[in-house]
Design a protein around this ligand. Sequence first.
Ligand code: ZN
Length: 626
Amino acid sequence: MTRRLCLILALLASATCLADVAFATDTIVINAKVITVDAAHPAAQAFAIDNGRFTAVGTNAEILKLKTASTKVIDLKGMTVTPGFNDAHLHPQAIFDENSPYYRVWLGSDRVKTMDDLVAALQRKAAITPAGKAINGYGYNDVTLGRHPNRHDLDKVSTTQPVSITHGSGHITVVNSFMLNAAGVTKETPDPPGGALDRDPDGTPNGVLRESGRGVLGRGRREQQAAASGEKAATSDQPAAGRGEGRGQRADAGDGRGAASNDRMSIPHDDEIKGYLNCFRQYSARGITSVGIAGGSPSSFRLMQELRDQGNPVRVGFMFSVGSFDDLQAAGIQRGFGDDRLRISSLKNFQGNSLSGRTAWLSQAYSDRPDYFGIPPARTQEKLDEDVQKWWDAGWQVATHSNGDREIDMMLTAIERAAAKNPRPEARWRIEHASVMNQALLDRAKKDGVILVFHSYMWEYGNILASYGPERLSMMHAYRTAIDMGIHVAGHSDSPISAADPLLRVQDMVTRKSSDGVARGVNQRISVDEAIKVWTLDGAYATFEENLKGSIAAGKLADFVVLQKDPRAVPPDTIKDIVLEATYLGGQKVYTAPEKAVAMIPQPPINYGDGNYGDGDEEENENGTN
Ligand SMILES: [Zn+2]
């Protein structure tokens, strides 16, 4: 029997009549506690695989009947199996170890608890950084530190080299005096549209640059370059820095990270490929079999093709930044182009700012600052409507970063206006993060058929999110309400913003607890089964691939994860500690736990490289997170 015929039969077969059909079967898995995420058959003991796809799911007895002389039998001895996890939105980065010149210093709460820790960690890096090269760090938590670091802190690291660090949100950059001076930033430098500069009491920028505020660095450099070449300088009507729009090159192009960008250690191509493969292997080690790359350029897409050809163990859905829209249209490329290992899934857009960076634009003031509503998006509703109509009419799915309720309102309004002019039955537009929600916005999302790709990062950022107040927390990452309403949702880590660790993220959705043990917005808790579905089948739906993957069912790609314990049977606070035994992609084992494996990889799981957030599209990714 041909494999194709087998597959057709498998698709037709139900679990009960399997025994009557003769399959080719290269692998069978037995004695497992299978969480199938298939509503028709939620539980099973065993399944069969052929040619990379599940061909049958059922009891041990049913599946053992499919065994032939050449079939490999995997006896899981009671371990739990789930579909491979799908991290619907993240930003991969090349990973290097701490001694590598390309290593960028991790400043997250788990390692850096005080300002002295932060300065010391950067000083260690400065000691091994060549003269003239930049010293970069990322991931600091201002609540843990008691305040944001500023140029005075970073001047203790160096006054003769660029020093640049980013907040955990990726939306706030802090630089030293050397960088401000090199960019010509003074007391007179105004806040750019869509951004803000924190200032010393005398009005001099103190190095904390919020959202497009980092654009002042690039602007200074552009002016210097223009002066040197005798051309007229680019002016402040540049698009807000860091929006990832109009970006098509991986090389720095005035993205507002000027001085540091110029002086960054450049990574040889082979090292970069190795660094990215390290990153995807880390994802695989946490059970991730599919990811959505949330924004990238043609050159980063080319890099992903190279990684695929070198055996990337994770399937990639690629979102092109909206700046590539015209090029994609000209080339006749549409959503869905690609293959099971690398597919163009959508366009990535921004309409808004950061939740954990507390720049999201809100209708009610931040609880601890009665005069502060966040930073308004630079793009007006009128311009947004125009852009959205263009992408909508061209048939794309668009995934838009919006956190604040006012940002989400603008985006839904634009979608509703586009749909009114040109109805599309299955547009499946996505709002990424969709953090500060309310019932009226949820009602509209449901009516508009919008997918909400919520965060689940109380573990890392609960202490910051507390400042949104209990009322907003009760509708933040509103999984319970959205699922009950029948709204499509999906899960994501936004890595490196939160750990690309699905078990930790599931625990977060189930407990809503931060690492200090405090639970917030507990009315939005969901069950383990629901959380697993969010991170598997729902992620597949978000890329139009729910018939291809995301559950353990005949005909689907044989991506699955083996867990030493059932996450439904352990105390919820220990879901993250379950040892992941193995990850399979298309029926092939791509990760095996080392002997005596410890459970959770420390947060962050990995050390990141040179300062690019993700796929090499620095601008997109610097602001394109969280
Ligand atoms: Zn992101």
